[in-house]
Ligand binder design. Structure first.
Ligand SMILES: [Zn+2]
Length: 165
């Protein structure tokens, strides 16, 4: 009787045509597609608890695992984008006096109705603030200049008066 060592074929697919990945330490039994393993996906493959089978003689991946890896890359990029958005500095405008808020409005040419409440004004300002592009070099220089010359003392001196201008 001729013995099949069980490694040449799996359900009609030549073993070497199988996906090169191992899942739960078992070689994937899906047919390899045209996607291939690369350094770029190495980390993701490991984090998905997949391994490149050491005995695989090629680096082709099945469609199932290709989709799994692509989905993970997409999710990751999305998470990164969300994290970046959340990392953007949040300024608590409610801590500022009406006078300061009015100065901001004037500086940014924002028009509000006289009946606008402080909370509404803060919302408008917050939205506007997010749209201001950051010019790191010049903004930093300007900021340091302000701190050094103490020109913000004006705001501190007036923060307690409820002047409505
Ligand atoms: Zn596979």
């Amino acid at each position: 009787m001729e013995e099949n060592d069980g490694f040449d074929f799996f359900e009609g697919v030549p073993y070497e045509n199988l996906c090169c990945l191992q899942e739960n330490k078992l070689r994937c039994h899906r047919q390899a597609g045209n996607a291939s393993y690369s350094k770029r996906i190495h980390k993701i493959v490991i984090e998905l608890k997949l391994h490149l089978d050491n005995v695989a003689k090629h680096i082709c991946i099945c469609d199932y695992h290709k989709n799994m890896i692509q989905r993970e890359i997409r999710d990751r990029n999305q998470r990164k984008a969300t994290a970046l958005q959340e990392k953007a500095p949040k300024v608590d405008f409610s801590q500022l006096s009406i006078r300061t808020l009015n100065r901001y409005k004037k500086f940014r040419n924002i028009e509000t109705k006289p009946s606008t409440k402080k909370s509404q004004m803060i919302e408008i300002i917050q939205k506007d603030f997010k749209t201001i592009p950051v010019h790191e070099k010049s903004d930093l220089a300007f900021f340091i200049y302000k701190i050094k010359t103490g020109s913000n003392q004006l705001d501190q001196a007036t923060s307690n008066d409820n002047s409505t201008d």
